[in-house]
Design a protein around this ligand. Structure first.
Ligand SMILES: *Cc1c(COP(=O)(O)O)cnc(C)c1O
Length: 417
């Protein structure tokens, strides 16, 4: 029987029996261990650990991390509202957003923290809240992600204020009498640890430019291996030189800077899997491919189509149905879209990379792993009118708990007039 990240094959079969497929499953124990290791990140003068809620925004996940002492990073006004509705204290939410909602003042008056991500955002904040403290998100001039699509720093990324615009920033800060109390950077998802550390150094240089800064938020981006043999960041290693740099800054300037981190991937990626069923097996002849078609696809998991991301795909075969031989399958989703591909070449969303797997039979249960982050929250929802899939939390006592129901067709249609 195959080894899964956190479920036994029997638990997977039980969850399919109770909730049907496709279904997202999140594992409480994995979430707890990831939160604990984040809270252990080396720091010199205090740490605030946030969860980047765009990775997976279900209220049950937010409440779980809230209980463990994490705070939150929101990427839009709607995410702030969603966190409020989950009962999260606004004081625990920090907003770094590409688009500032027209009613952002209402969110700020509730007590959320705000990082301006452009010169215009500083201006709008300053007009409304002159004399107040403000955080600034910078693009430190350096980015790193597992793919170009997940790189959010450097000249080709629109995130944050370009690091050379210090004079323009100072002008706005003077104009509105603002106090810059926090510097923020986030250079990408799946960053190379060496580059992440370099970006931390560049960010500390920005702290030197603003004498009232008390906190440096270094974003998220820690690389998590999903495929066998793919390395994961070891936070205790990544954090040591960063801690040393904070101490050095203190020795030079007498300033003790508080550290903030806000990963999404690190907390969620391997704590979630999608259970799915093999629906069909087709081939394109001798020189072609053998395709495994699943009852999930880009409407539940877009990362392979969007990034050429690879996820483990594990077949849990029923007993006694087949011979020993293995097969090369190109695994595809159920959407009418040739890009709905679950086994792309790494970083090449348009190219098939068939994988050797157990011999499959229609009806087999299949588990796509490493799908806790940026899957249920980042999907081509309702494409082909497939409903949003349910979400289940596998509790530490082994009991699966439904935390989102399967969407109905009526719910898909409810806003049509
Ligand atoms: C997406 C995002 C994160 C989390 O990134 P991960 O790669 O999932 O850790 C953190 N901070 C900001 C501002 C983000 O946009």
């Amino acid at each position: 029987m195959p080894n899964l990240n956190f479920m036994t094959p029997e638990q997977a079969a039980e969850i399919r029996e109770r909730f049907g497929t496709p279904v997202y499953v999140y594992d409480e124990r994995s979430l707890r261990l990831a939160a604990e290791s984040l809270l252990d990140f080396p720091h010199a003068y205090g740490l605030t650990a946030r969860y980047a809620m765009k990775a997976c925004s279900n209220a049950a996940i937010l409440k779980f991390f809230d209980r463990f002492g994490l705070q939150f990073d929101a990427s839009s006004g709607f995410e702030c509202e969603r966190a409020f509705q989950a009962g999260i204290d606004p004081e625990k939410i920090s907003l770094s957003s590409q688009e500032l909602a027209d009613d952002f003042t209402r969110l700020l008056e509730k007590g959320i923290h705000f990082n301006a991500c452009s010169l215009l955002q500083i201006e709008r904040f300053g007009q409304r809240f002159p004399g107040h403290e403000i955080g600034l998100r910078f693009n430190p001039g350096l980015g790193s992600g597992s793919t170009n699509r997940t790189n959010t720093g450097g000249p080709a990324a629109s995130f944050g204020i370009w690091h050379e615009h210090l004079e323009k920033i100072r002008e706005l800060v003077r104009k509105f009498d603002l106090v810059v109390n926090l510097i923020h950077t986030h250079i990408g998802s799946g960053s190379d640890p060496a580059l992440w550390q370099r970006a931390a150094g560049l960010s500390l240089d920005l702290v030197r430019e603003f004498p009232h800064v008390r906190t440096l938020n270094l974003g998220g981006g820690f690389k998590v291996g999903r495929m066998p043999g793919e390395p994961s960041s070891d936070l205790s290693v990544v954090g040591q030189p960063v801690k040393a740099a904070f101490i050095q800054l203190y020795e030079e300037t007498g300033r003790k800077i508080h550290l903030e981190l806000e990963p999404g991937t690190y907390l969620m990626a391997n704590a979630g899997s999608i259970l799915t069923t093999v629906r069909d097996i087709v081939d394109t002849g001798q020189k072609g491919y053998k395709f495994l078609k699943l009852d999930t696809g880009m409407n539940d998991i877009l990362r392979p189509s969007l990034y050429g991301a690879q996820h483990p795909i594990v077949l849990i075969s029923g007993p006694g149905q087949r011979g020993e031989q293995r097969e090369n399958y190109a695994v595809v989703g159920h959407c009418c879209e040739s890009g709905d591909l679950l086994t792309p070449q790494l970083g090449e969303s348009e190219l098939l990379a068939p994988r050797e797997m157990d011999n499959a039979v229609v009806g087999d249960l299949c588990v796509i792993e490493g799908t806790g982050a940026y899957c249920s929250s980042l999907a081509a929802s309702n494409y082909n009118s497939f409903p949003q899939s349910p979400e289940v939390l596998l509790q530490e006592n082994g009991e699966p708990r439904l935390i989102r129901q399967r969407q109905t067709l009526d719910q898909i249609l409810q806003n049509e007039v």
